[in-house]
Design a protein around this ligand. Structure first.
Ligand code: TRP
Length: 338
């Protein structure tokens, strides 16, 4: 990096509601690992956001913080290169959100397609809790507090980024000062997504995920269940590798792409069994996951180490957020000098 060139600021986050799976790895953790080397990266455990629909299960959220940090460390997210922090401990965030809420209407927030879909899924209908309905505004605070340039997120988060850009522009024009920075979303490429074992989006609630923390026997039995080409009647009948999910996993994890191409060709010709494809996948995933497991176990029981990482990350996050909050209050004219 040349002298005087500011590193880009990256903010990403996860709702801690359970351990992370291969979909998280392919869709976001891999990207974060790349980014942490060249940017100023903040990784947020969005526990307060998780509580908006888990307020009656605080224990799960709390326990998941530990699980998720262990997943991060196990795949190579490095606390020396980025700041891992706990959202609810950064008290400046809700204050920012409070001022931002004056700049948007309830109607505007009601149009958020992701929130609408989530409300439907949770059966909230007309009785949506206010905290849940407003969570995108808190997400705007998360992003702007750090003056994030880049926000690597899934496609479902596009409306939150759009809302952030709207608030940034509204704030800066209303208070006539360029305090806030408009972030750019960094979406995963088509290649950067992994379906669940049944061919639909990998998710905890659907029970179709392979976790970074899964033991060998669990991985083996899950791979047996992975969807093959349903049109294929036997190991010697031609099949379509695009319909056999094991191939999309191999494309992500097999270190030998030529081998995968050959295997696909044999699948088309009907000269390879689904079992052989799955055996290859088991071997490849085990090679990856066995290393992850070792690292995960190493840190898992070291509660003091995890605490220290979060403490340090949260302190740095608070420093940044409080500097932005102070600028925001000054721009608004409510820094009273005491
Ligand atoms: N809403 C995000 C998710 O469900 C988590 C999140 C909260 C987030 N705050 C954020 C992501 C800020 C990026 C930036 O995955």
């Amino acid at each position: 990096m040349s002298l005087g060139m500011k590193k880009k600021i990256v903010l990403t986050g996860d709702r801690p509601t359970g351990p992370l799976h291969l979909g998280h790895y392919v869709g976001s953790l891999k990207k974060r690992k790349e980014l942490q080397d060249s940017t100023d990266t903040f990784v947020m455990l969005a526990d307060a956001q998780a509580l908006t629909d888990n307020f009656d299960d605080v224990g799960k959220v709390r326990a998941s913080i530990h699980e998720v940090v262990c997943d991060y460390l196990a795949v190579g997210i490095d606390p020396l290169k980025c700041s891992i922090f706990v959202q609810s401990c950064v008290h400046e965030l809700p204050e920012l959100a409070m001022y931002f809420m004056n700049l948007v209407t309830i109607q505007h927030l009601g149009h958020n397609p992701t929130v609408k879909a989530e409300m439907k899924m949770r059966g909230f209908d007309e009785s949506v809790p206010a905290g849940f309905f407003l969570y995108p505004m808190y997400q705007v605070a998360d992003i702007t507090a750090f003056k994030a340039d880049l926000v690597p997120v899934g496609h479902d988060q596009a409306p939150m980024l759009e809302l952030t850009r709207f608030i940034v522009s509204k704030f800066n024009t209303t208070y006539r000062k360029d305090v806030l920075v408009a972030p750019e979303a960094l979406f995963p490429s088509m290649k950067g997504s992994l379906q669940g074992l049944d061919g639909v989006k990998m998710s905890k609630s659907l029970g179709n995920a392979i976790y970074l923390s899964d033991e060998t026997d669990v991985v083996v039995s899950k791979i047996k269940k992975i969807k093959s080409d349903p049109g294929r009647t036997s190991a010697t009948s031609p099949g379509d590798p695009d319909k056999a999910l094991a191939f999309s996993y191999l494309e992500q994890f097999d270190p030998d792409p030529t081998y995968v191409e050959k295997l696909k060709e044999r699948y088309r010709l009907g000269t390879v069994s689904d079992k052989e494809v799955k055996d290859r996948l088991t071997e490849v995933l085990e090679a990856f996951l066995s290393e992850v497991r070792v690292k995960r176990k190493m840190v898992y029981s070291d509660v003091g180490y995890i605490q220290a990482i979060l403490k340090k990350g949260t302190e740095k996050a608070r420093e940044r957020a409080s500097a932005t909050l102070s600028e925001v209050r000054s721009a608004m004219g409510i820094n009273y000098g005491f």
